[in-house]
Write a protein that binds this ligand. Structure first.
Ligand SMILES: C[S@@+](CC[C@H](N)C(=O)[O-])C[C@H]1O[C@@H](n2cnc3c(N)ncnc32)[C@H](O)[C@@H]1O
Length: 272
């Protein structure tokens, strides 16, 4: 399957193009001009558009990095509460006065009392399969998956990998495997010598991104999905993507064509 969709929202292409014009001006005021390793214009626009449409009163962001996405959420929804999570908050260049920051993984938070319309934005490169299960557990229905990599691309298991019949096989560098081995032994040695030591499993497991092909994954995902919508690229991207917003590339803007073509199938999901 090249791309999957289910109950896609009635968001017309004309409306997208009109919003794109408004968004261009907002984007000019972004705090980080060259957000290498973070979101670029097409996904920034998609996130802006989806957030405006869903208008959640509480947004959880997982994966902050320099802070461009925090800025976007704050700018798009000035009245919403924001929780911004990153296990490493040291890279922030834009620090919001409004968002609450945390370096505790999403799955360890207390979400026992959150608004029904909460939205979670995942840009943390953690397995989508795991993240959807956790969102389901917390009864968070609105989800944006920032990087929904296709086929053998990416650095973690995505929803697209699952329905395209791929697992995920991470191409580790030798030095990275040695580091994982070191961390593993380090934890075990501590456990041998200090009986009350709590092994930090996440330190090790989060480095292991392989996911064996399992054709059951997507059946279980689909069963829990009400809406599944891969937001369109601005221009044609690949056979694996939905119809682009523009047929040709005559779109004048200050940013480079290269950035305009940057796209990884950003996806909006509503769980049942
Ligand atoms: C691609 S960057 C996020 C980019 C950011 N959203 C932007 O567009 O500006 C991924 C971030 O996820 C963080 N990360 C890795 N594992 C994480 C986890 N388990 N929970 C939250 N953040 C995590 C990394 O530290 C990194 O800062």
């Amino acid at each position: 399957m090249k791309y999957f969709y289910k109950n896609i929202p009635h968001w017309k292409n004309d409306e997208l193009i009109k919003s794109l014009d408004t968004f261009k001006k907002i984007y000019e005021s972004r705090p980080i001009k060259n957000n290498i390793g973070g979101m670029q214009f097409p996904h920034m626009f998609a996130t802006y558009f989806i957030l405006k449409k869903i208008n959640p009163s509480f947004v959880i962001e997982s994966g902050v990095f320099r802070g461009q996405s925090t800025w976007l959420i704050e700018k798009t929804l000035p009245d919403s509460k924001i929780l911004s999570i990153d296990i490493d908050l040291t890279n922030r260049e834009y620090i919001s006065k409004k968002a609450e920051y945390s370096n505790l993984d999403f799955k360890y938070h207390d979400f026992s009392n959150i608004p029904h319309d909460t939205l979670v934005f995942f840009d943390d490169h953690v397995s989508h399969y795991e993240r959807l299960m956790q969102a389901k557990f917390f009864n968070i229905k609105n989800i944006i998956l920032e990087d929904n990599y296709s086929e053998s691309k990416g650095d973690f298991y995505s929803i697209k990998h699952s329905y395209q019949g791929f697992g995920f096989n991470h191409n580790y560098k030798f030095i990275s495997l040695i580091k994982t081995l070191y961390l593993f032994f380090n934890e075990i040695i501590k456990k041998i010598f200090f009986k009350n030591y709590n092994i930090s499993k996440d330190k090790i497991i989060s480095r292991l991104k392989d996911h064996k092909i399992n054709k059951n994954d997507f059946n279980n995902i689909e069963k829990n999905i009400d809406i599944y919508y891969e937001f369109p690229p601005i221009f044609f991207h690949s056979e694996n993507s939905t119809k682009p917003m523009f047929e040709n590339k005559n779109f004048e803007f200050e940013i480079t064509k290269e950035e305009l073509l940057n796209y990884n199938h950003i996806t909006y999901i509503k769980l049942k």
